[in-house]
Design a protein around this ligand. Structure first.
Ligand code: CA
Ligand code: ZN
Length: 295
């Protein structure tokens, strides 16, 4: 299996990324990723403001996927996420929704083993691996890997996890995929500004989806689809995710627009992905009982 090491990284998603590895459609491959601090935090004496923040959220890539053309939709099956042996959480003034209440900056290195994050002597949390940053070359913008967008990027969405699939609109030939910022666990919202930040290896398979056109990322789990949208405010993101969902339901269920709007309200859930990145991210969960297939 081809594997891309984490010495090949980008800090921006742009239209003109230059690939460092090529894979074929339906070929399984592996990507090694740094933690979001690029390996700079080796002990609990390092504070968030000590590190070089210009290399935060490095994404391993770009990977050219043979057979993808601009205008296509790619489906990325997340076959496996293997986590490193320790995670990092940094608390700092100004970081996260209660950042103004934080007096003491502190860094915790948390051991991750046997499926648990050891939070303290008393507290162990079950591991819930996820990919924070995953995206493709953009249409025309230069977007830092700390920000999300329609290209993917720092969506910090807990459903981007093992066994699920991510659909992304392809803006440049080959897609030019990059990813990083794994979390050993994170709650919806990422409220203090970080997950349990960790390095690791992701195993994926890319395929092309015929007959589908999307404006924003979609995640598929065994029992639902999640329509993701990012914007400056929660209100705006909720509106975009809802609009994308209603348009999709109208098209696929062949129902009129008002019926699709009622279905959105009757059985879909709005969920917050993250509220701490330059744009915030939400998703609408559409159960497969309503929408069994995307097409
Ligand atoms: Ca992140
Ligand atoms: Zn992260």
């Amino acid at each position: 299996m081809k594997k891309l090491e984490c010495d090949q990284t980008i800090n921006y998603f742009t239209p003109d990324l230059v690939s460092v590895m090529t894979v074929d459609l339906n070929e399984q491959f592996k990507v090694e990723t740094h933690d979001c601090y690029g390996g700079q935090v080796q002990d609990e004496h390092t504070s968030r403001w000590d590190i070089d923040r210009s290399i935060i959220n490095l994404a391993t890539g770009p990977i050219y996927i043979n057979g993808l053309k601009a205008g296509d939709v790619v489906k990325l099956d997340i076959d496996n996420i293997e986590l490193g042996s320790s995670g990092i959480m940094m608390t700092a003034k100004g970081l996260g929704v209660l950042g103004d209440t934080i007096q003491n900056e502190s860094t915790k290195i948390l051991s991750v083993e046997d499926g648990f994050v050891k939070f303290s002597e008393r507290l162990c949390l079950p591991v819930k691996p996820m990919i924070g940053v995953i995206g493709l070359a953009t249409k025309e913008d230069k977007i830092h890997t700390a920000s999300p967008g329609c290209h993917g990027g720092n969506m910090d969405t807990t459903d981007i996890t093992t066994g699920n699939s991510l659909y992304l609109p392809v803006f440049q030939d080959g897609g030019l995929l990059a990813m990083g910022d794994l979390h050993a666990t994170m709650g919806d919202g990422e409220l203090d500004g970080t997950g349990v930040e960790i390095d690791g290896e992701v195993t994926l398979t890319a395929s092309k989806v015929e007959g589908l056109s999307i404006l924003n990322p979609i995640v598929e789990s065994p029992d639902a689809f999640f329509f993701i949208a990012s914007a400056k405010t929660l209100d705006e993101a909720i509106k975009i995710a809802s609009q994308n969902t209603v348009d999709h339901l109208t098209l696929v269920l062949k129902e009129d627009y008002e019926m699709a709007y009622r279905l959105l309200s009757a059985c879909c859930d709005i969920r917050i992905s993250q509220v701490v990145n330059p744009l915030v991210t939400v998703r609408v969960r559409v159960p497969k009982t309503l929408l069994p297939n995307l097409i």
